[in-house]
Design a protein around this ligand. Sequence first.
Ligand SMILES: NC(=O)c1ccc[n+]([C@@H]2O[C@H](COP(=O)([O-])OP(=O)(O)OC[C@H]3O[C@@H](n4cnc5c(N)ncnc54)[C@H](OP(=O)(O)O)[C@@H]3O)[C@@H](O)[C@H]2O)c1
Length: 287
Amino acid sequence: MDFRGKTALITGASRGIGKAIAFSLAQKNICTLLLVARDTKQLRKVAMDLEQLGTEVSVLPLDLAHPRQVHASLVKALRHHPPIDLLVNCAGIAHQRQFIESRLQQVEAELMINLLGMYTVTRLVARQMVRRKQGHIVNVSSLMGKVAAPSMATYSATKYAIIGFSQALRAELAPHNVKVTNLMPSLTQTDMVKDMRRFYGVQATRPEQVAQALMSGVQRGHHDILVGWQSHAAVWCDRFAPQLMAQIIRWTHPQLPSRSRPAAPYSALPTAGSVPKMVSITGPSKY
Ligand SMILES: NC(=O)c1ccc[n+]([C@@H]2O[C@H](COP(=O)([O-])OP(=O)(O)OC[C@H]3O[C@@H](n4cnc5c(N)ncnc54)[C@H](OP(=O)(O)O)[C@@H]3O)[C@@H](O)[C@H]2O)c1
């Protein structure tokens, strides 16, 4: 893809992988960038640095955890912005915790931001791309969307979902000349993982390496882009020797400190007083 004269919208562009992708695109002479994240100050700082490279940059502070507001704000923003040629759905969050100790609020946040937020942005931009009969959508999944990891059950589920979503979208949008690419980084040194316990032996990459892998993958027309040899080895092993992969995961996954008492997972739900009583519809139980 020749990025000259093109416009890209990047979510999660204030930090980490999204920010690195924004800089790679600027270095490839993209004309205009629209950057999305929550932190306005940080977005403005990134925008100022990108403008030094000659790119026109607008920032759009949005919280993807609120899809209806995202929809309304994005509709307005797209009216006053050049049409989007490239959408990079990069915003995401992850909570590392044993599933049985997971908290509903965190699970909801992962589902809302990683999936519903991405869905909302994609739907609006894809419609515009279909009307123009051109465009490219990059969805940032993860290696954990191919090989799921203990202590990351909900996160892995969202990243598997992104791969399925991308595959379906690719087939749907191909007749309209809109391409869909799935980027699957492995462990990358960003804020997301700084407090996480890591898998033993996994080499961390830098966000710039992920951005570089995206650029060369897109250039070569790859649909699914893995980053680093360890990711290729893990996917290969999971496919052809799944029992060995399961064993490797058991050996390498980090032990998380267990709580003495599991956290109440549904603490955000109504209290016991407002929960309806269970009604038997089969008559009194024999037991
Ligand atoms: N780091 C890794 O090891 C790794 C590995 C595989 C895949 N990934 C994926 O790569 C993507 C980027 O992750 P990263 O490592 O670069 O993480 P990061 O450094 O924590 O950056 C996350 C980005 O998402 C934005 N974001 C978070 N919550 C948001 C919300 N509610 N609304 C709008 N924007 C929000 C953040 O901006 P604000 O805080 O300003 O909103 C930030 O720009 C994610 O999808 C992640 O799943 C990461």
